[in-house]
Every structure is written in C-alpha cells, then in structure tokens.
Design a protein around this ligand. Sequence first.
Ligand SMILES: *Cc1c(COP(=O)(O)O)cnc(C)c1O
Length: 353
Amino acid sequence: MTLPARAGLDAVPAYRQGRSAPAGASKLSSNESPHPPLPSVLHAVQERLGGINRYPDMSAAALRAELAARYEVDPALVTVGAGSVELAAQLIHAVAGEGDEVMFAWRSFEAYPSLVRIAGATPVAVPLNAAHAHDLDAMLAAITSRTRLILVCNPNNPTGTVVGAEELERFVAAVPQDILVVIDEAYVHFDRTGTYGAGIELFRRHPHVAVLHTFSKAYGLAGLRIGYAIAPAEIAENQRKVAVPFGVTDLAQTAARASLDAEDELAVRIEEVVAQRDRLHSLLVDAGWPAVASQANFVWVPAGDRTEELEELLSAGGVIARAFPGEGVRISSGSIEDIDRVADALVRKEATV
Ligand SMILES: *Cc1c(COP(=O)(O)O)cnc(C)c1O
C-alpha cells in the first residue's frame, strides 16, 4: 500500500538549509547577522512573552501602519509574512497556478524553483550573464503568453550582483503590465552602489511591481521569521487569501517594530558587515580565488571544479560556508573574528602548496 502524494511533488526539491557549524566554528553559510540581538529588541520581546497564550494580531496592524507611514503608501498595500520567503510564496500563489510560468534568473535564491512548483506553476530559469548578474534582455526574450510573475533578486543571492536602478526601470517598463514583477530586496541594506531602495520607487511609478523586504538579514531577526511586501492593492488582497492564518507571531511583530526604532544602532552594525564583506572579497582575490565583488552580506566564489577544495579548506580552518557542488561557494560576511578566521584558512592553503 502506498500513501497518497500530490501529483508533481516529485519535481519539488526539498529546501537545503545552510550547514550548521560545530561549536567554536564560524557559521558563514546562511547570510545571517553575526551580531547578537540588540538589547532594546530583546527587551521588547521579553515584555511580550507573557502573552503567548493569545493569538497574534493577524493583520499586524501596528507594524503595517509604521511601514506604510515610512514609505508613504496605503497600509492596505503592505502585507507581513513569516519571513519574506513566505511572502514570495504568497505572491506566487496569488498570481500563478497550473499552466502558468514564473520566471527568475539562475542561479538565484534557492527557494524560488520550489515555491513555483509547489504552486503548481512552471519555473522558467534564465541563466545569469558572464558577470554573474541578471541578464535582463534574455529575461525579456523569455516572456511568453503564460508568464505571470518575474522575480528579480536585487542584490542577487548567491552572486551579490546588482541591477542598477535605471536598468531595472527600463526592464520593468518593457515587461507587459499583466505580468507582476517582484523585486526581492532581502539584501538591499548592504548595497553601496546607490541602487538602494530602487524597488519602492519602481513600485510607485509602475502598476505591476511588488517589493519584498525582510527583517532576517540586516535587522538580525532570522530566527523570528518576519518580512513584508508592498504590492498593488488587488495583489495584496489576494495574498491575504492565500496566506496561512496567524503565520506571524506577536513576538516577531514586536521585534520588527523595536528594530525599526533602533535603526541608528543597526546602521553601525550594517557598516561593519559591509566592511568585512569587502575585506573578505579582497582576501579571496589575493589568495587567487575568482571572487565576485558583492553588494550583499556575502561573497560568491564561482570556483567551478575547485568548489569542494575551497569548502574543505575553509572548513579545516573552522569556517562553514555554503557550497553549491560544481558551481561555487558562498561565504557570508561575519564579524571581524569570523573573517580573520577566513584569512587564516586561506593562508594555510598557501603554506601547503
Ligand atoms: C534570505 C532571503 C530571503 C528572506 O528570507 P526570510 O528569512 O524568509 O525573510 C528572501 N530572499 C532572498 C533572496 C534571501 O536570500
């Protein structure tokens, strides 16, 4: 006897989490913040712990009102989810199903292909260009009558490359308005090219744009699961229909609001992560690895058939990175100590050659 399984699930790969690190090692495999939570955020969360017998405010009204005021948009256009990966799922479920296509660049965020397949839609992966960046012309050329949604991960995970604001606007303007363009800005705070915030501006100027932001990366709340989307009204309304009820806890909403109040403190931390990212890139280049300049909180090394070698070199030095076999290694930017450790690991290699 076999238990039932939904048709098509064979094609859905299970999400692979970044490797956990043994005690004492540097976990640079999941693009998390290397910093512990801010005391003010911890305090705010602790104050709410006594209320966990109650369901959260499903509409997250207070947080959405704050975000709406910040971006000067109607609160009805703001939705929150258990991480922006849930919001990406909501957006896909809101617009695409059987027979529809959802496009993204590849390689990009590992969750995209699965989310599309789970919705019953067909993933269309358009290869990145030689500079490891979105090939927007190729993406335009890949649009068909079945395309419903296009994801643009900016900066791109795992390559750290950015589509400039003007280039992105030309792309959005060229995409037919019956296709939703979702700009995933999970790493926008680490971008020093000036493209920062391009998604929201495009949302204002074009009727078929949605933007995804998360509290997991720059705000350091990966463990609490909260992010938000800003989307056109009819899309946001349909997102609410496909959302799993009560997915975002009161603790997560509280931590998110406290983090918005602590942005000056967080900015200092973000600058440190950016500085260590650039240092990480230089260390890799100096050691002869083909590292790509990054605008996110990680560095991509398209090591090809030397991927395993680099992963093992790092791991021997107590650094856990994210390897994509045969393609490359993504190393998250960490604390100064974490990147010191990468420096030592890379040098050890030179000593043994
Ligand atoms: C990390 C990440 C997210 C968000 O993750 P959540 O923790 O679910 O908010 C979204 N998109 C990309 C590209 C990411 O790398």
